[in-house]
Ligand binder design. Structure first.
Ligand code: FAD
Length: 508
């Protein structure tokens, strides 16, 4: 239940954070009967961290429609008949993680992520989190049948807000206390053992003793200074897609007592995001500022030039690194150009009210409207692109169709279409950072390791602040899955630690 009164002096297990990873850790810890308190830095209305901002897309293993039916019992026979769900096997998930991280990801952590994804989803479902297929975003209808692509098939009912609400209900039902506007400041203890947390709550500093602490307070994406320091010059200029509260507190607190940093500290997940979006995420818009239909468009920078292969792969496998590519362009922006033929493939987010968009009947008129762009060069680039499209290869958005370009320095490898039929549309994007990849080092039980690579007794971690899972890139839907798998794992390990501590005290 939400704790409005004073913070308790002590609790068995203290979970820092209020997003998906924190809830999964708290729910799992609570199964042992231990008392659990969650500290959420934000007020209740803004709670849920980045998890609330998501569409709720969650990547998990399934060997066929029977697995999906178990997870989503509401699936009707008609829906099943009309859909080719394919499979997403463990091997496919492993391959995707290896491929997108250039085989840098920690094999032990990824093994847990992949092999526990299905059972963790079923565990969440038992806690009354509901799921549904992502009809709208991950499947195109071909010959009257939906076909899913890219390994991402399931989303939480009601998206991120639905997920956080369901988890909050589950936590309340389980008797977990949640304290809002409670910012963890530092850990009590050292690398030989953690005994609680110093907390700022309603303008006062409190000490809360705990037998175990699970850190699940997100990455450092909302910290301008750390972004410039670790991600590099220019990253302080990125917009933050989600929560303003993920400023790296949990990481800092653990490093302060000797925890090991791990993973890709100069790497992050960042996407093309509306150029005029606010500094931090806006819960009313959610992920609507993203502009993810670029595989069916071309992108031009301020010089009027293309700068990336928009069709290198399915959106799921490129979107998380293209934000950084946009950030490195002059002025940190780009325009996505569509003609009428591909307009129907634009995702919902292209139709939100708060969109930076221009339209024109002719290309000559359109390039004049592209704010900040060399118009003459832009027109030339489009003409050269059009001449290079391999028109003899049929266009098919469901597969990597190989309909690319010939002879361009920067090719477009799939889904290339001549941009020649008005009205034309262009959307201005900049870089929106989602979350950072570097963080703490955990072992396969979720224990935080010291820089001597020894577990710090009583300290566990899950979610965005765990390093070693993502490097350079990321397969869509894996952030939530990682938070769920490692949250559940670290919560259970924290409970075992508490159990062991209690029985040790009883025998003394
Ligand atoms: C716009 C957007 C869309 C996304 N879409 C998807 C998607 O569809 N699928 C997917 O898998 N991933 C998606 N992601 C990524 C996903 O949100 C994250 O990977 C995941 O939610 C991280 O979960 P978490 O619990 O680790 O962190 P969060 O959900 O961010 O939770 C961290 C929590 O810690 C709290 N906190 C921070 N500091 C403190 C402190 N000092 N004391 C107490 N509390 C603190 C914060 O307030 C927050 O509640 C998206 C992200 C964004 C921003």
């Amino acid at each position: 239940m939400a704790t409005d009164g004073p913070l308790p002096d002590s609790v068995d297990i203290l979970v820092v954070g209020g997003g998906n990873a924190a809830f999964c850790a708290a729910l799992s810890a609570r199964e042992s009967g231990a008392s659990v308190l969650m500290l959420e830095r934000s007020c209740e209305d803004e709670s849920g961290g980045n998890s609330r901002f998501t569409a709720g897309a969650i990547r998990c293993v399934y060997d066929g429609v029977d697995d999906l039916k178990r997870l989503m019992p509401d699936l009707t026979n008609l829906e099943i008949e009309q859909t080719d769900f394919g499979t997403y096997t463990q091997e496919q998930f492993f391959d995707d993680m290896g491929k997108v991280t250039e085989y840098r990801c920690d094999p032990d952590l990824v093994e847990l992520l992949v092999t526990r994804s299905r059972e963790t989803m079923l565990w969440m479902q038992k806690k009354k989190v509901r799921f549904q297929p992502i009809w709208g975003r991950q499947a195109f209808k071909v010959d009257g049948r939906f076909k899913f692509w890219g390994g991402l098939t399931v989303e939480a009912w009601g998206g991120g807000p639905g997920l956080v609400d369901a988890l909050t209900n589950a936590a309340q039902k389980a008797g977990i206390d949640i304290c809002y506007q409670a910012r963890a400041l530092s850990l009590i203890g050292d690398e030989l053992g953690v005994r609680g947390v110093n907390v700022k709550h309603k303008g006062q500093i409190h000490e809360v003793q705990a037998k175990a602490v699970v850190l699940a307070s997100g990455g450092f994406e909302a910290n301008h200074e750390w972004r410039a320091r670790y991600l590099g010059p220019g990253w302080d200029l990125a917009k933050v897609r989600g929560s303003r509260f993920n400023t790296g507190d949990g990481i800092r607190m653990a490093l302060d007592i000797g925890a090991a940093p791990y993973g890709h500290w100069s790497g992050c997940h960042a996407v093309g995001w509306d150029r005029n979006a606010p500094e931090f995420g806006d819960l009313d818009v959610g992920d609507g500022f993203q502009k993810h239909s670029y595989p069916f468009a071309i992108m031009l920078n301020a010089n009027g030039e293309r700068f990336v292969d928009e069709g290198a792969d399915f959106r799921n496998y490129t979107y998380a690194k293209y934000g950084g590519v946009i950030l490195s362009q002059p002025g940190q922006f780009a325009w996505q150009i569509f003609d009428t033929k591909t307009k129907h493939l634009q995702r919902d987010e292209y139709r939100i009210r708060q969109v930076t968009k221009v339209s024109a009947e002719t290309l000559e008129e359109l390039v004049q409207k592209l704010d900040g762009v060399n118009a003459a060069r832009a027109l030339e680039t489009i003409k050269v692109f059009n001449a290079a499209v391999q028109q003899d290869i049929p266009f098919n958005p469901n597969i990597k169709d190989g309909r690319g370009t010939e002879g361009l320095t920067i090719p477009k490898s799939n889904w290339a279409n001549i941009i020649d039929e008005g009205p034309f549309e262009a959307f201005a994007v900049t870089c929106g950072i989602t979350f950072t990849f570097g963080g703490l080092r955990i072992d396969v039980t979720g224990k935080v390791l010291s820089s001597d690579l020894e577990p710090i007794p009583g300290l566990f971690a899950a979610g965005e602040l765990v390093g070693g899972i993502f490097y350079s890139n990321y397969p869509g839907g894996t952030g939530l899955m990682s938070g769920s798998v490692f949250g559940r794992l670290s919560g259970a390990s924290a409970a075992r630690h508490v159990g062991a501590e209690i029985s040790m005290n009883e025998h003394q």
